[in-house]
Design a protein around this ligand. Structure first.
Ligand code: MG
Length: 374
């Protein structure tokens, strides 16, 4: 089998979704999704296809590593180049699974779990009163989720650059955490995200103040670039600290894991290196008994691709679902069904990723200025 074409498309959903389609001379096609803040990765994919057309699509890890090393001077360790390679890598896994007639998880050593636990990203804010927060939380619980995440950082009155949290801000954030945890009750896990917007002393003070709520985790209290600073926060509190949505490859996670600078890691699988790489990152974390809880803003296809990794590792904790009140989650796939049922994704015995893009529906959301599978 030989690759005959590598095509891209982009849609505008909750965020930009980038699609990669790989076609072969045997008529088998693979679809991949990758997550990047803008369309820069599309140009990179178009540049990379000269190295893909005419090749055997089966040696996925070798193709990934060859293209990565070939472009080490163009950012072969982080950013758009890795995200572009990630979209290609996921499409190759879908293709390989279809060619061999097995789900991707079977090619990755088989399942540790049949169902992938999801958590819902909830939209609440510090200005809300308890009844409003409770309505959002009840909506999540009614849909079967056993965990959710809230954003508590309030940037309205904050300096753009100084990350010191005032006493008033801390109280406002804690009030929201308290309302969410009270509404959730003891059986539902609550995670809290502050989007790297604290300095170390503020983060330690806030994380300690959160200890009473027994959070699932506090996400990225400080920026991820300085691993020692993250570890300082982690070692100062019993609130579990989680980070990693903006790191790439094993290399990006190595120091974080080796220094045990966080309690939980959260790679974005369709962004940071793809299925093989994230399985290896999860395995690195596993030897430090560190759970793996992927960040996820992708469509049902990228989410399902990520679920294949989650199924094949022992240290999977929970994966994000970012689409509670969004547009095309249920319509963009040919199956027209929600892959998440009662808060879990059931791993099916379908070749490849197991979810197909409905291109007619997807095209209604084509991202302005992009081409459609060209
Ligand atoms: Mg986050």
């Amino acid at each position: 089998m030989r690759i005959t074409a590598v095509k891209t498309a982009a849609t505008k959903g909750h965020c930009l979704h980038l699609w990669v389609k790989i076609e072969t001379d045997e008529g088998i096609t693979g679809i991949g999704e990758c997550v990047h803040g803008d369309t820069a990765a599309i140009a990179v994919i178009h540049h990379l296809r000269q190295h893909l057309v005419g090749r055997d699509p089966m040696p996925i890890d070798a193709i990934f590593e060859e293209l990565r090393r070939r472009h080490v001077f163009e950012g072969g360790f982080a950013g758009a180049l890795i995200t572009a390679l990630t979209g290609i890598e996921i499409a190759l896994w879908d293709l390989k699974g279809k060619a061999l007639g097995v789900p991707i998880y079977e090619l990755m050593g088989g399942k540790f779990q049949d169902k992938i636990r999801m958590y819902a990203d909830c939209e609440v804010d510090p200005a809300m009163e308890f009844d409003a927060v409770k309505r959002v939380v009840e909506g999540v619980i009614e849909r079967g989720f056993t965990a959710f995440k809230i954003d508590v950082d309030d940037t309205r009155n904050r300096s753009r650059f100084n990350h010191t949290i005032s006493e008033r801000e801390q109280e406002s954030m804690l009030r929201l955490v308290d309302m969410a945890c009270t509404a959730a009750g003891p059986d539902i896990d609550v995670a809290v995200d502050v989007h790297t917007r604290m300095d170390v002393p503020s983060a330690i003070r806030f994380a300690r103040a959160c200890e009473q709520f027994h959070l699932l985790w506090l996400e990225e209290p400080v920026p991820p670039e300085n691993v020692d600073a993250m570890r300082e926060v982690k070692r100062s509190t019993t609130t579990p600290i989680c980070s990693g949505e903006n790191l790439y490859l094993r290399h990006g996670f190595r120091e974080l894991i080796e220094k045990q600078a966080v309690d939980i890691i959260m790679p974005d699988i369709p962004k940071c290196g793809g299925l093989s790489e994230c399985r290896k990152i999860a395995n690195m974390a596993e030897i430090y008994y560190m759970p793996f809880a992927p960040h996820n803003v992708s469509s049902p296809i990228g989410t399902m691709a990520s679920a294949h990794v989650c199924a094949t590792i022992p240290n999977f904790l929970v994966m994000e679902f970012h689409w509670l009140e969004r547009d095309y989650w249920r319509t963009i796939t040919l199956g027209k069904e929600d892959i998440i049922k009662d808060g879990f994704i059931e791993m099916r015995n379908t070749p490849g990723i197991g979810v197909e893009l409905d291109e007619t529906v997807a095209r209604q959301y084509q991202f302005p200025g992009t081409t459609w599978f060209e």
